[in-house]
Design a protein around this ligand. Structure first.
Ligand code: IMP
Ligand code: MG
Length: 178
């Protein structure tokens, strides 16, 4: 698995420090709110469970699954809900937790859907941002790291469902996915 990694872009220590920082920021910002963390499966799972441990508030967590990629590394622009939320989000303060913002199509669609459900507020927390590939504008409220336009894996992010359990974020050697 490690042989397929070209370069480590974000180390375990950088992840740990940044996630703690974001958790503390969210704790401060949501003191008087009714926070629900909404994670987009499966890429953001490692991130949300680490993040939630650093949010010192009474919160709820829920999971949503959408498909936008198939097994390829290129965005399709087509987003479909595979699994919807189970908790009631009406009048709640929603923080959507994503692994990576690439074209922006996935988050744009999810925000659009959630906004239509009468929420009190909706914000976005993404671990990674690849701004060079953006097709639609998405406002990021909490950001982990800006990365170059490489295909990355690890800490939840996959290629064909592999590499999610790498403890760091690394770029994949092009020969693996081309
Ligand atoms: P977007 O709709 O193009 O912004 O794509 C967002 C989704 O594509 C993310 O939630 C990931 O699941 C996936 N994705 C985009 N870039 C990468 C990458 O470099 N590695 C792994 N998954 C990625
Ligand atoms: Mg994702």
């Amino acid at each position: 698995m490690k042989n397929d990694i070209l370069e480590v872009l974000v180390t375990e220590e950088q992840l740990r420090n940044r996630v703690k920082f974001l958790g503390e920021q969210i704790t401060n910002d949501y003191k008087d709110k009714d926070l629900i963390l909404v994670s987009i499966l499966k890429g953001s799972v490692f991130f949300i469970v680490d993040l939630a441990r650093h949010i010192n508030l009474d919160l709820k967590m829920d999971f949503m699954s959408v498909s936008s990629y198939g097994s390829s590394h290129e965005t399709s622009g087509i987003v479909k809900i595979i699994k919807d939320l189970q908790v009631d989000i009406e009048k709640k303060d929603i923080l959507v937790v994503e692994d990576i913002l690439d074209s922006g199509n996935t988050l744009n669609y999810i925000i659009h859907i959630l906004k239509s459900r009468n929420v009190n507020s909706i914000k976005v927390c993404t671990l990674l941002d690849k701004p060079l590939k953006r097709e639609v504008d998405v406002n990021i409220d909490y950001l982990g790291f800006v990365i170059p336009d490489n295909f990355v894996v690890g800490y939840g992010l996959d290629y064909n469902e592999r590499y999610r359990n790498l403890p760091y974020i690394g770029s994949l050697k092009p020969e693996v996915y081309l």
